[in-house]
Design a protein around this ligand. Structure first.
Ligand code: PHE
Length: 457
């Protein structure tokens, strides 16, 4: 199978649109929901620092590698990996790496959509004015009641999947491109406002800063490092083909390395801002930073319930949270949808329907594992939701990322890579990237895996 000259799915209208779309994929629940609660659960600053190292040393080089494969192959990850590999004189079995990504996308989206459903539920609560004067206890109760109700969890998950289906079926570019351009900057501004509030009014900003940036490495365990690495892959949408397939729609004129730097920078800034928005509230309200997945959903309503314009700001925040979740969810669907569209000769709507349908069913199981099936363990100590989250984020994404790095840095010809990146082979930047992709990133993933299995005692 030869590499096509242009993607059959079309192209982004500019390099900037690619950056926005990929940032839309990267910035999502991973930044606003998962990052703050992981920081809280893993003791704060030490986790933040390990996470930042993973982003820089592992995430950034692999993002460049992943876009490189996508743009070279111009198709879904499965087909791009097969054709690029053949073109490089390598085994067609590299397409299995695309399948690994499709499987990871299924698992991730099934729990992601449940949390996306929570965000939609909070939009409704904001509309109804439920946050007005809410106490910390009442805010916890609102969240716990939602999770305890199988009916609500399933209904909101269903609504989230329906929204994704409508957008992905219509094709990624129309409408969404426009929505992302407007809404991503708005989200950023709102986060800065919330951080400003924490600084000026909460009385706990110092405490929050110390919690996030003054490390105590004595608390770090093997599991903490694996969690930080998994979160780095998850937040950057790496290791499963989402960024690869977006790269397939990028025109040849644009610089891959510069785009990647922007995407990684904006994603990291958003996560740190989310932490700085949330922890002052946590400490000021006397809540526990380690309270787990309910953290954003419990803390922010308290603030929206007491500040001026809280009604409007609260509504805006949860709308933006939902939008951020939708733009990420779309990219989780895209690798499988693009593949099925290619294989069946082009009906994207049918492909999207089949895939969303399958993930919807798996998502129901995730949702029910929070209430009626909470006694059932899929892995030791983990229900369906937690097990899928662990296996996909902490195992499949780093493994996928490792193989992507190996493919680009060890299996592709250097001349192909240089030409795709438009790089000067002797420049310091290119050499640094190549070294990171050949050695640092693979070694880091392998060491973290070994470490987590307890081999280092
Ligand atoms: N990066 C997204 C987030 O932070 C989640 C995601 C993971 C999207 C993997 C695509 C692929 O919310």
């Amino acid at each position: 199978m030869a590499v096509p000259r242009a993607s059959i799915h079309g192209e982004w209208s500019s390099g900037l649109v690619f950056i926005l779309a990929a940032t839309g994929s990267a910035v999502g629940l991973g930044n606003l929901w998962r990052f703050p609660y992981l920081v809280g659960e893993n003791g704060g600053a030490a986790f933040v620092i390990i996470y930042l190292l993973c982003i820089l040393l592992v995430g950034l080089p692999i993002m460049i590698a992943e876009i490189t494969i996508g743009r070279r192959g111009k198709r879904s990850p499965i087909n791009s990996l097969r054709s690029v590999s053949l073109e490089e004189g390598r085994s067609r079995r590299w397409s299995l790496l695309g399948w690994l990504g499709v499987a990871a996308g299924f698992f991730i989206l099934s729990f992601y959509s449940v949390v996306g459903g929570w965000a939609l539920f909070y939009v409704l609560q904001a509309l109804l004015g439920s946050f007005g004067g809410i106490t910390a206890d009442a805010a916890s109760e609102l969240f716990d009641t939602l999770l305890a109700s199988p009916g609500s969890v399933v209904v909101w998950h269903t609504l989230f999947m329906l929204i994704l289906f409508v957008i992905v079926a219509a094709g990624v570019r129309r409408g969404l491109q426009r929505a992302v351009t407007l809404l991503m900057p708005l989200l950023f501004v709102l986060l800065i406002l919330l951080v400003g509030y924490g600084m000026a009014a909460s009385g706990a900003f110092q405490e929050a800063m110390a919690f996030m940036f003054r490390p105590d490495f004595s608390a770090v365990e093997a599991g903490t490092i694996l969690t930080a690495l998994g979160q780095a892959f998850f937040t950057l949408s790496l290791g499963m083909g989402a960024i690869m397939v977006y790269g397939a729609y990028l025109s040849r004129q644009e610089s891959i390395a510069k785009s990647a730097a922007w995407i990684v920078g904006m994603d990291t800034a958003t996560a740190l801002l989310a932490g700085l928005a949330i922890f002052p509230i946590v400490f000021a309200a006397g809540l526990e930073p380690g309270e787990g997945p309910g953290l954003v959903f419990v803390t922010l309503p308290i603030v929206f319930g007491e500040i001026p314009f809280g009604y409007g700001l609260g509504l805006l925040f949860f709308v933006l949270l939902s939008v951020a979740a939708v733009t990420s969810g779309m990219s989780l669907l895209e690798p499988a949808t693009a593949y099925l569209t290619e294989q069946t000769g082009g009906n994207r709507a049918q492909a999207a329907a089949l895939i969303t349908g399958l993930i919807w069913v798996l998502g129901i199981a995730c949702g029910l594992s929070l209430n009626v099936w909470s006694g059932f363990e899929l892995l030791p100590g983990m229900g369906i939701f937690d097990a899928l989250e662990f296996v996909s984020n902490d195992i499949m994404l780093p493994l996928g990322g490792l193989l992507i790095a190996v493919f680009v840095a060890w299996r592709m010809r250097l001349s192909s890579v240089v030409s795709e990146l438009g790089a000067d082979q002797d420049s310091a930047v290119f050499k640094t990237w190549l070294f990171a992709t050949r050695f640092v990133a693979p070694a880091a993933v392998i060491l973290v895996f070994l470490n987590a299995t307890g081999l280092f005692g």
